[in-house]
Design a binder for this molecule. Structure first.
Ligand code: GUN
Ligand code: ZN
Length: 439
């Protein structure tokens, strides 16, 4: 190991997942649990991972070992859909999607024209991700290019892997939030050139949703995707019934809502569609055939009264899915709380969501949805060293419940059900401790 390398050694109880776990009570093959494990990272990547016993010959000298004997260390949580400009408007009362956008969201987003305002909220947002154990997110900015610079600069300071982009919106919104097909193209292209692949930053072409883009603008978005095939596409799809009816009236030529995006070349392996609560069968097929991904946002779908997402359909139809907080339509930055609501959404449909499956969705499943499975999502050697140290006993009630846990999956399930930001002890980004809980 070269002396200039930045090396971190962490010892503790490690848990990670290799591939999709369906309903499971025992520890299945796809789950790796090391009661006393060691992770060695060098220059941000996992250099060695295994048991404490096997680690001895690999331990570099003169480097302090961070030991977390009581905690549980899991891969960093991955949030596949969130809006950073909506951080300040979480919990806005009484509206469903379309009136919620006009009443609360658009006035809030207008403020991000001011770069200083955007920088302030971007910094707060990144800190909030860390406090909640989220190490990667796919993020909506606003229509203003300055809002994108502010976010990527905040992430760059801590070497966080973020995917983000400027919103494209040229109709059905206030003037101050509208661009044009050409300015949307030019601004996005400049931002792609500036940010995509710089450090850990990745860019997403981000049409807000079909109703706020003209066909000309979606055409420009498709052109951009053709010119830069490895950038992402990030938008909303089939969240609310009034929204779907509106899309059908605005795009009568297309056979479905998803077909609007598909027609303009916006589906594919790096396309992520938030919500997808009310997809029709041919839309499920198109999602599968194009290898597009869904961001399932349970707290948002409940809060905005949008509906119950049929998670089981994603297995049946072979569609990639990650979890999204969807702040500020969603009500928590925390993926433990998001899992808890995801479980209840399945219960209301007569289905279950096991603890291991939930951990899969919050980590390697999210990485797959973002086409980052070779970089993120578990402790395989060579991946980026993003992980979270969880305290399972953050409250008296949690301590009592954990002391009665019958198995690892029972303990994990209780953590998901009762957990929140109080359970996040430390968050490591690219091998460095970026957040340590203080009190
Ligand atoms: N659809 C279009 N814009 C938005 C938004 O900001 N939040 C949510 N939840 N859905 C949307
Ligand atoms: Zn959203």
């Amino acid at each position: 190991m070269s002396s200039s390398a930045q090396t971190t050694i962490v010892r503790g109880r490690f848990l990670d997942i290799q591939s999709l776990v369906k309903q499971a009570q025992q520890i299945p093959d796809q789950v790796r649990y090391l009661e006393d494990g060691v992770l060695i990272s060098e220059n941000g990547k996992i250099k060695w991972f295994g048991t404490w016993q096997d680690a001895q010959p690999h331990l570099p000298e003169n480097i302090e070992i961070q030991h977390y004997p009581e905690q549980l260390i899991v891969p960093g949580f991955i949030d596949t859909h969130i809006h950073y400009p909506q951080t300040e408007m979480v919990g806005a009362y009484g509206e469903q999607l379309l009136s919620w956008l006009n009443t609360y969201t658009f006035p809030t987003e207008l403020q991000f024209k001011d770069p200083a305002y955007a920088q302030n909220i971007a910094h707060f947002f990144v800190q909030e991700l860390l406090k909640n154990g989220t190490t990667t997110a796919l993020v909506f900015c606003t229509v203003h290019p300055e809002s994108v610079d502010a976010l990527f600069e905040a992430a760059e300071r801590i070497q966080m892997r973020l995917i983000a982009g400027k919103v494209l919106m040229d109709r059905h919104a206030p003037d101050g939030l509208c661009d044009t097909p050409q300015s949307a193209y030019d601004d996005s292209k400049n931002l792609i050139e500036k940010w995509h692949g710089k450090g850990r930053a990745l860019y997403a072409i981000t049409p807000r949703f079909a109703p706020t883009s003209t066909p000309e603008q979606l055409e420009k978005a498709g052109q951009l995707k053709q010119e830069y095939p490895d950038v992402y596409v990030h938008t909303h799809l089939s969240e609310n019934k009034d929204e779907i009816a509106w899309v059908k009236s605005l795009y009568p030529e297309q056979k479905s809502y998803l077909d609007v995006y598909h027609h303009y070349g916006l589906t594919g392996q790096r396309s992520v569609f938030a919500h997808c609560v009310h997809l029709e069968q041919d839309e499920w097929q198109c999602m599968h055939q194009t290898d597009s991904a869904i961001a399932f946002c349970p707290t948002s779908n409940l809060f905005l009264g949008s509906g119950l997402f049929p998670l089981k359909k994603t297995w049946e139809q072979g569609v990639k899915v990650g979890l999204g907080t969807d702040i500020g339509g969603g009500t928590s930055f925390n993926l433990l709380q998001t899992v808890s609501e995801a479980y209840k959404v399945q219960q209301l449909q007569g289905d279950k969501l096991s603890a291991y499956e939930a951990l899969y969705h919050a980590t390697i499943g999210g990485a797959k949805a973002l086409d980052l499975q070779d970089q993120l999502g578990n402790f395989n050697v060579g991946k980026e060293a993003d992980f979270v140290v969880l305290n399972l006993k953050a409250t008296a009630l949690q301590s009592l419940r954990q002391s009665r846990a019958k198995s690892l999956d029972d303990a994990l399930f209780a953590l998901f059900t009762m957990g929140d930001d109080r359970n996040i002890e430390a968050t490591y980004i690219y091998g460095q401790c970026a957040y340590q809980k203080t009190e």
